[in-house]
Design a protein around this ligand. Structure first.
Ligand code: MRU
Length: 345
């Protein structure tokens, strides 16, 4: 396989390395992926995370742990383990579908399998650029933008989705400021988005998730950009838990609310948000917190917990979706534009 390099994933001498995102921002430690089972654990532990990145990391590991002697049945068994590692981000299933398709069509031609994984990497870099360009046009000089979770180079192998748009606007010379939702329970905003914004020298302010309403009531947020983990054909979408709350507050305060995603995040088999599976995670993540700083619990040891990793925002709350190089309005989404673009009738 070619050598490949992204912010939190690299391939060197046919070995796959992952930047352990659980240790950021304080420690930058690269993990050598030792097997498909190891990759599955890395995905489950959110050491690698973000919808597009999960799909690409899984596909690269599948290609790298396949060889000339791997049979179709062995390949399918490895693929299945990866597919089941996380349930909501459809980029994982979409990428693995494409790996399976090439393996079957080429009768397990090892070189073709490797090329397909490399193509998925190159495609994501290109789609990130398209999203960044199309989305940055929506941002004006002086805007205060609010974002949720982490949607940058740590969630993709390119510039990012929502954060890529923000970075692009900054690189165009627009004077912007970003409010970063810390994103409980796992703090992807507080730990990762802040880290990326500092690398790009973009001014930001970190807030707790329950502070966005006050900011909007005071007229301090001009636009909200978030990512997506699965977009249904009617424009409903799943994203990090808390996105729906944000969409409702934006609707009340008439703050434009966009999601930014590549076409690899669309589930062409899913008619509406009601069909999106939502991952439920461990109660420990809500009873306290853990990371490179250690582990702390503040709730009673057996406190009953509700911990969905994602929520679903109905299309009716969206101003629009930045999909690849296009901005699709709520009206277009409701009139079935995704079906037309993706040739699904
Ligand atoms: O649980 P995570 O950290 O994988 O969740 C990530 C998100 O929800 C992102 O907003 C989403 O993947 C889009 S980022 C490209």
């Amino acid at each position: 396989m070619k050598n490949l390099e992204a912010l939190s994933l690299k391939v060197a001498n046919n070995q796959l390395y992952i930047l352990d995102q659980q240790l950021l921002p304080d420690e930058e430690k690269w993990l050598l992926v030792e097997s498909v089972d190891h990759m599955v654990q890395i995905i489950k532990d959110l050491k690698v995370r973000g919808a597009p990145l999960i799909g690409i990391a899984a596909s690269l590991s599948l290609a790298l742990f396949t060889n000339e002697n791997t049979t179709w049945n062995e390949f399918k068994a490895l693929e299945k383990k990866l597919r089941e590692s996380r349930p909501t981000a459809v980029n994982l299933m979409n990428a693995l579908d494409r790996m399976l398709e090439i393996a079957e069509r080429s009768s397990m031609d090892y070189q073709k399998i490797v090329e397909q994984a490399e193509n998925l990497f190159a495609e994501d870099v290109e789609l990130c650029l398209q999203m960044a360009k199309a989305g940055a046009d929506l941002i004006e000089d002086g805007d205060n933008i609010l974002t949720h979770c982490n949607t940058g180079g740590l969630a993709t192998v390119g510039l990012g989705t929502a954060l890529g748009v923000i970075v692009q606007a900054h690189q165009q010379g627009k004077k912007i400021h970003v409010y970063v939702d810390e994103t409980r329970p796992l703090l992807q905003g507080g730990r990762l988005t802040t880290w990326e914004l500092e690398q790009h020298n973009i001014p930001y302010t970190l807030i707790c998730d329950n502070m966005s309403g006050k900011l909007m009531a005071e007229g301090k947020v001009q636009k909200v950009f978030v990512g997506a983990d699965r977009i249904a054909m009617n424009g409903d979408f799943a994203n990090k838990i808390g996105t729906y709350n944000l969409a409702v507050i934006c609707s009340h305060h008439k703050v434009p609310f966009y999601t930014v995603a590549p076409q690899t995040t669309v589930d062409t088999e899913c008619a509406s948000g009601a069909g999106i599976p939502v991952e439920m995670r461990k109660p420990e993540e809500v009873r306290g917190i853990y990371g490179s700083f250690g582990e702390i619990r503040w709730a009673p040891k057996n406190a009953k917990v509700f911990n969905p990793a994602f929520d679903v925002t109905p299309c009716g709350l969206l101003t629009g979706i930045v999909l690849d190089g296009k901005v699709l309005s709520q009206g277009e989404l409701k009139s079935g534009v995704l079906k037309r673009i993706l040739n699904k009738g």
